[in-house]
Design a protein around this ligand. Structure first.
Ligand code: ZN
Length: 189
């Protein structure tokens, strides 16, 4: 099931999400819905607060894109991160152009460490510790930020953020068009 995505400016994106408990009902269904929602919106990562659930749950998936047919192939890599914790930041800090399904049409270079050690459980409650590099490391950091109430534009310089202020205000007011469904801002809850 494809779920609507919460946009920048909604309070849930500013909350510190609560841990997923072992007894959480239908965790696998939720995870499956999150992958479906993410891929339908052409995303590479999705955190539960983005679908209006204050939970420490993230899905990450990479699919090859075929420019000729303009379609995606099957995922080459997927990671379900339940209660992820970044244990260590490693390597040099690098700029990489980031976007976010909750912040449509805004893409900005963000400085982050190139490697992280991340501890998490998967949807079967198997424990993992990964040394994440490259795109995986980037997406882990972006998504774990969501669980802590942070959005990637928070990490931009004051000047860049000031330049984006009007566009961020438009998103917060629901004045944005997306190919995927966003949760209505009129829905006060
Ligand atoms: Zn995001």
């Amino acid at each position: 099931m494809i779920l609507p995505i919460v946009g920048y400016g909604q309070p849930i994106l500013r909350k510190v999400a609560r841990p997923v408990e072992r007894e959480y009902p239908e965790l696998k269904t939720l995870v499956s819905n999150m992958y479906e929602t993410m891929y339908a919106a052409d995303g590479v990562g999705l955190a539960a607060p983005q679908i209006d659930l204050s939970l420490r749950l993230v899905v990450i998936g990479f699919r090859p894109y075929d420019e000729k047919t303009e379609t995606y192939g099957d995922p080459t890599e997927e990671h379900t991160l339940v209660n992820p914790e970044i244990l260590e930041f490693q390597g040099e800090k690098k700029f990489f152009n980031e976007g976010c399904l909750s912040v449509p049409d805004i893409h900005e270079d963000v400085l982050r460490p190139e490697r992280v050690v991340v501890h998490y459980w998967d949807e079967d409650w198997n424990e993992h510790t990964d040394v994440a590099e490259g795109l995986y490391a980037r997406v882990v950091q972006h998504e774990v930020d969501h669980l802590d109430g942070k959005v990637f534009v928070d990490r931009l310089s004051g000047l860049r953020k000031a330049m984006l202020r009007r566009r961020l205000g438009d998103i917060a007011a629901g004045r944005v068009r997306t190919r995927y469904r966003m949760k209505s801002t009129n829905n006060k809850r």
